[in-house]
Design a protein around this ligand. Structure first.
Ligand SMILES: N[C@@H](CCC(=O)N[C@@H](CS)C(=O)NCC(=O)O)C(=O)O
Length: 136
C-alpha cells in the first residue's frame, strides 16, 4: 500500500488517512507531494488520483482519494480493529465529524489568522468551535 500525503505533513485529511492505516496496523509506504509547487497537478499524480489531492491511497492497481472514502474502504478491507464505533448512532456522529472536518479545518485557519475573516464571521466561527469541543 502507498499513501500519498503532502510533503509538509500538515494536511489534516492526509493525517486522518495515516491514522486509519495505523489503527488497522497495515503496512504503508508514504509518498509525498509538494502542494506548494503544485506537484499534485503533474501528470503522474494527475493520472493516479481522480481528485489530484492528498490523501490518495494505492492498493495494487486500485487508487482511492478522499479521506472519508479511504477510511471506509479500510474498514471494509480489514474490519478489526474497528475504526468506527459499533453503535449506529455513534457511527453516524463519527461520520458527521468526518464530513464536517473540512469546515472545521477552514474555521481553524480563519481563527488562526483572524485578519482573513470578516469581523462578523469570527464570533460565529468561535461558537462553532465551542460546539466541536462538546462533541467529545
Ligand atoms: N475532502 C478531501 C480534502 C482533501 C484536500 O483538500 N487536500 C488538500 C491538502 S489539505 C489538497 O490536496 N489540495 C491540493 C489542491 O486542492 O489542489 C479529503 O477529505 O480528503
Amino acid at each position: 500500500m502507498r499513501l500519498f500525503v503532502d510533503s509538509k505533513f500538515v494536511s489534516p485529511y492526509a493525517l486522518s488517512a495515516f491514522v486509519a492505516l495505523r489503527v488497522k496496523g497495515l503496512d504503508v509506504e508514504l509518498d509525498t507531494i509538494d502542494l506548494a509547487t503544485r506537484q499534485n497537478l503533474d501528470d503522474d499524480f494527475f493520472q493516479t488520483s481522480v481528485t489530484s489531492r492528498v490523501p490518495t491511497l494505492i492498493v495494487d492497481n486500485f487508487s482511492i482519494s478522499e479521506s472519508s472514502a479511504i477510511a471506509e474502504y479500510l474498514e471494509e478491507l480489514q474490519p478489526t480493529p474497528n475504526l468506527y464505533p459499533q453503535n449506529i448512532q455513534d457511527r453516524a456522529k463519527a461520520r458527521q465529524v468526518q464530513a464536517w472536518q473540512e469546515v472545521i479545518y477552514w474555521l481553524c485557519v480563519k481563527i488562526g489568522q483572524p485578519k482573513l475573516s470578516s469581523t462578523n464571521q469570527y464570533p460565529k466561527s468561535s461558537r462553532q468551535l465551542e460546539k466541536l469541543r462538546l462533541i467529545n
